[in-house]
Design a protein around this ligand. Structure first.
Ligand SMILES: [Zn+2]
Length: 146
């Protein structure tokens, strides 16, 4: 089972959401629990789309490398870092595309491996339009519709 599906299962259990919920509906439930609303427009996440840019285990060299390339807006390099294990806490960077404002938000969250530990939203910021274009091109068909 992928890290993401484990995470989905955990959040679904925690929030007592139908465990049969899968795919986009499941991701929407997870992100809604974490973000509450879209950082760009303030509305609920219906009609938005999400792409997991990158992941790194907390405390690993990859975490530092990832923070560095994200800080430098090297989105292509960041997207190649996908490092997680089911028994480790993981930092993930996600891109949320807002159809209302035509803006993209980048958010960073820690997903804990312990079943009922709290995931944590670390930071959220809006991305400038030049970077939005780069990220949208890079995400290509990997978006999940929410
Ligand atoms: Zn929005």
């Amino acid at each position: 089972m992928s890290r993401f599906l484990l995470w989905v299962d955990r959040v679904l259990k925690r929030n007592r959401i139908q465990p049969t919920l899968r795919g986009p509906a499941a991701r929407k439930a997870v992100l809604s629990a974490l973000l509450r609303s879209c950082p760009a427009c303030g509305l609920e996440l219906d009609g938005h789309r999400d792409w997991r840019l990158a992941a790194a285990r907390v405390g690993s060299e990859n975490e530092e490398a990832l923070a560095d390339v994200v800080g430098k807006k090297r989105w292509d390099l960041a997207s190649r870092i996908v490092d997680w294990r089911p028994d480790a806490d993981v930092i993930e960077y996600h891109v949320l595309d807002c159809p209302v404002k035509s803006r993209v938000s980048l958010f960073k969250a820690v997903f804990t491996h312990a079943l009922y530990a709290h995931d944590e939203l670390v930071s959220v910021h809006e991305v400038e339009s030049a970077d939005r274009q780069k990220l949208v091109a890079l995400a290509d068909d990997k978006w999940i519709d929410l």
